[in-house]
Design a protein around this ligand. Structure first.
Ligand code: SF4
Length: 89
C-alpha cells in the first residue's frame, strides 16, 4: 500500500511521513507554540487511538487535524463537543 498517495479530488496527501511530522513539529516550535510534555502527548494519542472520531489516516474528523500534530500543542484541546476526551490529562 502506498501511504503517500494523493487524494484525487483535492490533490493533498492523506498521510504524512515521520520526516514530515518532525518538520511540522519543528515548525510549531519555531512559531513559538508551547509544546506538550512527551507524557501528555502520549496520553492524548492513546485517547485518540480509541476514539471513534479518528479516521484511518490519523485525522480527527471533528477538527480536521492530524492528531499527531494537534496533540503536541500544549494549548490545544480535544474538539469533542460533548466532552473533551483530553480533559483528565
Ligand atoms: S475527538 Fe478528540 S480524542 Fe477523538 S480523535 Fe479528535 S482530538 Fe482525538
Amino acid at each position: 500500500m502506498d501511504h503517500n498517495r494523493k487524494c484525487k479530488s483535492c490533490d493533498v496527501k492523506i498521510t504524512i511521513t515521520e520526516e514530515e511530522l518532525l518538520d511540522l513539529i519543528d515548525d510549531l516550535r519555531k512559531r513559538g507554540v508551547d509544546i506538550a510534555s512527551y507524557d501528555v502527548y502520549q496520553r492524548r494519542l492513546e485517547k485518540c487511538y480509541k476514539c471513534p472520531h479518528l479516521d484511518l489516516t490519523g485525522t480527527c474528523q471533528l477538527c480536521g487535524c492530524f492528531v499527531k500534530i494537534r496533540a503536541y500543542d500544549k494549548n490545544k484541546d480535544c474538539p469533542d463537543y460533548c466532552e473533551s476526551r483530553w480533559q483528565d490529562i
